[in-house]
Design a protein around this ligand. Structure first.
Ligand SMILES: Cc1cc2nc3c(=O)[nH]c(=O)nc-3n(C[C@H](O)[C@H](O)[C@H](O)COP(=O)(O)OP(=O)(O)OC[C@H]3O[C@@H](n4cnc5c(N)ncnc54)[C@H](O)[C@@H]3O)c2cc1C
Length: 388
């Protein structure tokens, strides 16, 4: 057996032996549109995985990971999805902040913040977007001032996923008064449990609240809780986005395949597949998924070379559009019944949730339009679009 197949067998055995007892009921729980499901149990599961060495497996061993190769990470995501294991609660720390700290953090920051990510003792959220700074992140107005040995943070963030469950937030804030655009921003690590932080949930189309408004009113963090030099947070923030569009998406296609196969099964059962147009769209979805897979493999080369580059945008735009269209196709396969809620008052079935939540895929982690700009300017070398 090759090394990677041994890894697969070990993980498969571990999952089947451990997704039992108190954890058995967690199968299939959580994920987009359903993050509220069994959150505490999923956090316990995360700790259980960490104790057995199955958390943050792609991180180097010296930082508490397993030093898994990219191939092993792909296998991990495949087997995890095949076991229908619960959606991870610590993915923002594991996949976004952790790699950023490994690339840009001081030894002290790594020592302080990486171990509790591995053990799921501390959960993280991402404080980038503001009401007037989404795609145009350079317009960030949240400011932080240095007072003695602390940063004092004031401003508003929005769409902050899982802020209500998080212990810490990585915040992009303006630390040089009078600076504009990408200059003068810093990347701060701010504790959420303090009087200066207020989290207000936002209700989504799915009826659930996974993201929030976060208000910082003289919130405090220690002066050393800054990644990169003061005023040079932009490049750190962009590297985090590279991780968000890059290796962290490896597992997506496995879940997508499960959704597509289940949808094909439904279309066969309910007769929708007799419609040649539906058949054609299902076939296109299948070939699209293969393209996503090949793109992901191509992207692995860029990832292996270090921080993912602008190539990650190609993968992001493709899978996001594919998934949104799968949601639309699912509604057409369901037919008129797809318009009825399964129960009172707003109990969605998996297809309705897919349809509604996948509208967000082409927005978060950089909208489709922004990905096109990145591809045009940084991959194809076309002239930059005029800036105000
Ligand atoms: C489910 C979900 C979870 C999220 N989680 C987080 C999170 O945890 N933390 C966080 O900080 N943010 C989060 N976001 C916010 C997300 O990053 C922003 O929604 C995104 O960056 C777009 O910003 P915006 O919503 O302000 O839209 P805007 O930037 O106002 O864009 C509005 C429209 O204009 C288009 N547009 C904007 N600029 C251009 C341009 N230059 N050229 C062409 N078209 C343009 C956009 O594509 C879009 O269609 C999340 C969003 C969603 C949907």
């Amino acid at each position: 057996m090759s090394g990677v197949e041994e890894f697969r067998a070990e993980l498969r055995d571990w999952l089947s032996a451990n997704l039992t007892g108190e954890f058995a009921g967690l199968r299939g729980r959580g994920g987009p549109g359903r993050e509220h499901e069994a959150f505490a149990g999923r956090r316990d599961w995360e700790r259980h995985m960490a104790a057995a060495g199955w958390a943050c497996i792609g991180w180097p061993k010296e930082h508490g990971g397993r030093g898994a190769t990219l191939e092993e990470q792909v296998v991990f995501h495949e087997e995890y999805a095949l076991a229908n294991a619960p959606a991870r609660v610590g993915h923002i720390g594991e996949q976004l902040l952790g790699p950023t700290l490994i690339a840009f953090g001081t030894p002290e920051l790594r020592q302080r913040f990486l171990p509790p990510i591995v053990t799921a003792r501390e959960l993280w959220c991402q404080g980038y977007s503001e009401p007037d700074a989404g795609s145009d992140l350079g317009a960030v107005r949240t400011r932080a001032e240095r007072h003695g040995d602390e940063w004092v943070v004031t401003g508003q963030k929005i769409w902050t996923s899982l802020a209500h469950e998080s212990d810490w937030c990585f915040v992009v804030a303006r630390t040089e008064p009078g600076s504009t655009r990408h200059q003068g921003l810093s990347y701060l690590l701010v504790p959420m449990d303090q009087p200066g932080v207020e989290v207000r949930p936002i209700t989504q189309l799915t009826g659930t609240s996974e993201f929030n408004e976060v208000f910082f009113d003289a919130a405090r963090t220690h002066a050393s809780h800054i990644v990169g030099a003061p005023g040079e947070g932009w490049k750190v923030a962009m590297a985090t986005l590279g991780f968000e569009r890059g290796v962290s998406t490896l597992g997506l296609q496995v879940g997508f395949r499960r959704e597509l196969e289940t949808l094909i099964g439904l279309a066969k059962r309910n007769g929708a597949a007799d419609d040649p147009l539906i058949r054609d769209r299902l076939a296109r979805a299948w070939t699209g998924l293969e393209t996503i897979r090949f793109n992901a493999l191509r992207m692995l080369d860029a990832v292996a070379a270090g921080v993912p580059g602008p190539e990650a945008s190609i993968g992001k735009i493709f899978w996001a559009t594919w998934h949104r269209e799968l949601g639309e196709l699912a509604m057409d396969v369901c037919g008129a019944g797809g318009m009825l809620a399964a129960g009172e008052p707003y109990d969605l079935d998996d297809w309705q949730r897919l349809y509604l939540f996948s509208r967000a895929d082409t927005i978060y982690a950089g909208s489709n339009e922004i990905q096109r700009n990145i591809i045009a300017e940084r991959v194809l070398g076309l002239p930059k679009e005029p800036r105000p």
